[in-house]
Design a protein around this ligand. Structure first.
Ligand code: DHB
Ligand code: FE
Length: 451
């Protein structure tokens, strides 16, 4: 997948990356369960029976029963997770590490006392007869360039829980709601005609998946499925969200290699921030039209990322998607906004002038929109208007503002090859809609197509 994985050939070494993590997900989750004393007791009482309660492969179960840590590693285990098995057996980290080397406990301890294993001869395969541990990456086909994924369009939309409730409770034709939903008629038709293979949906979690225990600034969902969350009203009666673990893991690796630190999330429920835009664009299908990769941005607790950072992240996401070796039509959606304040005596704030100027700028001068400081969103668009920074991620991923080379080109490339690849051609405005109010919010909606 054109990613830089120079670690694949370090002798006697397995680096735990998304691929290994996917392979070893349940093996590692089983290991984590041993952090509870009652689970350790159950495991010790009947190891096989305890293992059978987990979705491990037979090979993984056999490796655990045999305490073959090298085999566990090659089957996707990670040493910090596997260490819970060793700890359950009363072993130290030194005993566990030594058990993988072919040395006896004493020999290993003595080696460490004498200064440890030298790196010399163990850096690359063939150095003093060292062999690689992981399979070689597949050779890149020569000749015709492989098909690459591309971003065809960006969709921008507010999300409001009450919109979801109106859809779920059949109220869309009531006087209050009718004009809002009418503004999405064209969008639903457009989406039917421009159905993507995958949607990367940028949204914010509203104290649903992330409590105050952990607050990732940017989090990408790499799971195969995400359930609609119960935010207190009960889960929305909408289909589960099917993810795209391979593309999501590729985006994570590529974007992190471009120095944007993402949190990788293998399990999370998705709230109205994600499901309401899907409902607005798709209606009430039995299944969403394509896989969706959730991309969550912290706009709840300050510091939240700047508009500029979001815009540049969008550019990095475009490079990531365009380096994925598959013929995929990807849409990127930016959600949340527009002006709204849900709290305090200033609740109910709406600023049509700001919102419409933002829509204008987003279309024709996104650099300017990206330079709006946080305080302006708060003052002009209300405390929750800060959600608009998420629109800049989607806008930054469009081809007219593309910058830099894809990671595979950048690697070892000349400065010329890493030049600006912006098309310069502005996106086509397929649809623009603005409506006040939905609950406490000014609803804004845009569909932009790459030329
Ligand atoms: C409302 C808007 C939001 O963006 C949200 O997350 C919750 C509520 C509202 O307008 O009621
Ligand atoms: Fe919100």
């Amino acid at each position: 997948m054109s990613l830089d994985k120079p670690y694949l050939d370090v002798p006697g070494t397995i680096i735990f990356d998304a691929e290994q993590s996917r392979k070893g997900y349940w093996l590692n989750q089983f290991c984590m369960s041993l952090m509870q004393a009652d689970n350790r007791a159950r495991f010790k009482a009947d190891e096989r029976a305890y293992l059978d309660r987990w979705a491990l492969t037979e090979a993984q179960k056999q490796a655990v029963l045999a305490r073959d840590l090298n085999q566990c590693l090659s089957l996707g285990g990670n040493i910090y997770f596997l260490a819970k098995i060793g700890a359950t057996d009363g072993k130290s980290f030194q005993q566990m590490a030594g058990s993988m080397t072919g040395l006896s406990e004493e020999q290993y301890r003595d080696m460490m006392i004498s200064g440890g294993r030298p790196a010399n001869g163990l850096r690359v395969p063939g150095e003093n007869g060292a062999t690689r541990t992981q399979p070689a990456p597949p050779a890149q086909p020569t000749g015709a360039r492989p098909a690459k994924a591309r971003i065809s369009a960006a969709v921008f939309s507010s999300h409001v829980p009450a919109i979801g409730a109106a859809i779920d409770q059949g109220k869309t034709q009531q006087d209050y709601w009718k004009p809002l939903f009418a503004g999405y008629d064209l969008s639903r038709q457009w989406l039917r005609e421009h159905r993507p293979d995958v949607i990367l949906l940028v949204y914010n979690d509203h104290a649903t998946a992330f409590s105050l225990e952990m607050i990732p600034t940017f989090a990408i969902g790499t799971a195969a499925q995400f359930q609609p969350a119960d935010e207190g009203w009960g889960p929305r009666p909408v289909p589960p969200v099917i993810g795209h673990p391979e593309l999501a893991a590729h985006i994570a690796q590529s974007v992190i290699q471009q120095d944007f630190d993402l949190t990788i999330v293998n399990k999370m429920d998705v709230d109205h921030g994600l499901t309401v835009p899907l409902s607005l664009m798709c209606g009430q299908p039995l299944a969403w039209p394509c896989p969706v990769i959730p991309f969550a941005v912290n706009v709840v607790q300050y510091p939240v990322p700047s508009g500029r950072r979001c815009y540049q992240l969008g550019q990095a996401i475009r490079r990531a998607i365009e380096s994925y070796d598959a013929d995929l039509n990807v849409q990127i959606w930016g959600t949340g906004g527009m002006s709204h304040q849900l709290q305090g005596p200033r609740a109910g704030l709406i600023n049509k002038e700001f919102d419409n100027a933002f829509l204008d700028q987003l279309i024709t001068d996104p650099e300017a929109a990206a330079s709006i400081p946080h305080i302006d969103y708060v003052r002009e668009a209300g405390s929750e208007g800060i959600e608009l920074v998420m629109w800049l991620i989607a806008r930054g991923a469009m081809s007219d503002v593309a910058r830099g080379a894809t990671p595979d080109v950048a690697r070892g490339a000349t400065p010329d090859a890493a030049a600006d690849r912006a098309t310069g051609k502005p996106p086509k405005v397929v649809h623009r809609f603005y409506h006040v109010p939905a609950s406490n919010t000014a609803v804004g909606h845009l569909i932009l197509e790459n030329p």
